[in-house]
Design a protein around this ligand. Structure first.
Ligand SMILES: *[C@@H]1O[C@H](CO)[C@@H](O)[C@H](O)[C@H]1NC(C)=O
Ligand SMILES: *[C@@H]1O[C@H](CO)[C@@H](O)[C@H](O)[C@H]1NC(C)=O
Length: 515
């Protein structure tokens, strides 16, 4: 039997006083910790004040300090006004401008010329109307994952910042979602500390820990029991969840309203398993077959969840060298008649394999449902990349925008120049027809119209390096191509002095655009 600590039992009279004193000490301690630590979180959203040097100069200084820039740097800054459009969503949006109409300028980073630095160019960007993250009601969801304290604390709380993006509406307000975090053998003070930090950020969280060493898979199995117990407690308080998301610690959900829209097709009263693999790497592809274990994101209905702890497949010893998602799927397939469905995200087995293997999934123009291993596979930091949705809505994240002169912005990810030409074509299905999904799974694809991007020759890529929000709500993005990048160094001051180059996009909030 897996041992995990549940909700604390009432202490006996004898130790009650001791516990009381301990709680006070812990409280003061975590209060201090959570204050200093949440301040760290906010430094990222540092104000770009209205007084003093122009905001562009402050932003340049931030980039110089945080990331370092070559003494001379090429710089192109744009102000962006979003125009909400009612027309149908498209896989790529054409912009009525040439990127080259705002040529890169040479900036001496130590002593920049202000006219060179300040964005002179305004760009109108059509965005598909969609709710802002803060407008989403996620109270149907309970999300749960298990990881270690150290991983949560890594990179200045990167994980917490990511969770804040999709488990709150910003400004420390919850969005209704409930979160269960099971730590790996953490002492009580770490559990308390994280619990405080998450609550302070507006996440409705229950944090607990495993108490003995065990495999990740076993920790996840233990977590299912915890979720079941906890949802019983929630139900008593009248909070009924419809969907239990069991997630890897490297999952980011960029658009809960899109997820809701996809889940709306199912009856949450049924006993149902849904796997949400993100991209091709979340599938096992063999000779003529494909399959997936859900890619670290599995959604269960309440009745499916309550079945699981009683199943005979999670006994000691059997589960140790399997992933939790494959263990879960195999078990359900073997011991239940449960309906098991897969909602493909960036990759679907009917896709043309050549194209899918060769193209970065985040640049395919497919509406993102789940991001998985964003860091390892794409060097993407979700909380930074997703910040722009505070201005342009969740529909604009990873949306492709094409300039007239063959530059393409993938919002929150890259800006790419295709100097030798590019074109768009409809996505053909693989046509070979012999690739069938094995196992108990049924595929439910979203019928979106996609367009493939083809290019010839080489391409130059600027990657998102930084994004912050100003006091007025504008979101600043910096896309950078390093001097040291292997592909064509397009910016040189002299033969041996190659420069970094930076594209700054300032996404204006509707309010500040009017002023
Ligand atoms: C950049 O500036 C620093 C400090 O002024 C100087 O030491 C360094 O040589 C410069 N680098 C180049 C490539 O000119
Ligand atoms: C996100 O969800 C909203 C609401 O369902 C939708 O309008 C929008 O198009 C979605 N964005 C993407 C990129 O799918």
């Amino acid at each position: 039997m897996v041992v995990l600590t549940g909700p604390p039992a009432l202490p006996s009279k004898v130790i009650r006083l001791f516990v009381f004193v301990l709680v006070i000490i812990l409280f003061l301690h975590t209060q201090r910790l959570s204050q200093s630590q949440t301040r760290t979180i906010e430094i990222d959203l540092e104000d770009l004040a209205a007084e003093g040097p122009p905001a562009e100069e402050q932003y340049l200084n931030r980039l110089k300090k945080e990331y370092g820039l070559t003494n001379y740097t090429a710089w192109s800054a744009w102000r962006i006004r979003t125009l909400e459009q009612a027309s149908e969503w498209e896989s790529i949006t054409n912009l009525d401008a040439d990127f080259r109409s705002n040529e890169f300028k040479l900036i001496e980073v130590k002593n920049p010329s202000r006219p060179q630095l300040v964005a002179q160019k305004q760009l109108d960007v059509p965005v598909h109307g969609s709710p802002l993250p803060e407008q989403v009601d996620a109270s149907d969801f309970l999300f749960a994952l298990s990881t270690s304290y150290d991983k949560v604390m890594e990179n200045e709380f990167a994980m917490v910042k990511n969770w804040v993006r999709w488990m709150t509406g910003g400004n420390r307000n919850g969005n209704g979602a409930t979160f269960i975090l099971v730590l790996d053998q953490s002492p009580e003070h770490q559990v308390k500390e994280l619990s405080e930090i998450l609550k302070f950020q507006g996440i409705d969280a229950y944090v607990t820990t495993s108490t003995t060493p065990m495999s990740v898979a076993k920790r996840y199995v233990g977590m299912l029991q915890i979720i079941k117990d906890f949802s019983g407690t929630l139900a008593q308080k009248g909070q009924l969840k419809k969907w239990y998301g069991i997630l890897d610690d490297k999952i980011f959900l960029p658009n809960l309203s899109y997820l809701q829209h996809r889940l709306f097709n199912y009856n949450s009263n049924d006993e149902l398993y849904l796997g949400l693999p993100s991209e091709r790497a979340d599938w096992a592809i063999g000779d003529g077959f494909v399959t997936t274990y859900g890619g670290g994101a599995v959604f269960l209905t309440p009745s499916a969840l309550s079945r699981i702890p009683g199943l005979p497949c999670f006994e000691d010893g059997k589960s140790d060298n399997k992933g939790w998602d494959s263990l879960l799927q195999d078990c359900l397939a073997q011991h239940t008649q449960m309906t098991m469905r897969v909602l493909p995200s960036f990759y679907s087995p009917s896709d043309n394999d050549d194209y899918a293997a060769r193209t970065d999934s985040y640049e395919t123009g497919i509406p993102p449902l789940v991001l998985h291993h964003y860091e390892e596979r794409h060097q993407l930091n979700p909380s930074v990349a997703h910040l722009v949705t505070d201005v342009c809505g969740e529909a604009c994240f990873l949306q492709r925008y094409r300039f007239r002169d063959n530059w393409v912005l993938v919002n929150g990810y890259t800006i790419t120049e295709y100097p030798d030409g590019m074109n768009m074509a409809d996505v053909p299905n693989s046509g070979d027809g012999h690739k069938s999904v094995i196992g108990p799974l049924q595929l439910d694809e979203d019928a979106v119209k996609r367009k493939m991007l083809f290019w010839t020759g080489h391409r130059n890529v600027w990657r998102l390096m930084d994004s912050v929000k100003g006091t007025n709500g504008d979101v600043w993005q910096a896309y950078v191509k390093r001097a040291s990048a292997e592909d064509t160094p397009s910016f040189k001051r002299s033969e041996d002095e190659i420069m970094d180059s930076v594209v700054v996009l300032i996404w204006e909030t509707a309010v500040s655009a009017k002023q």
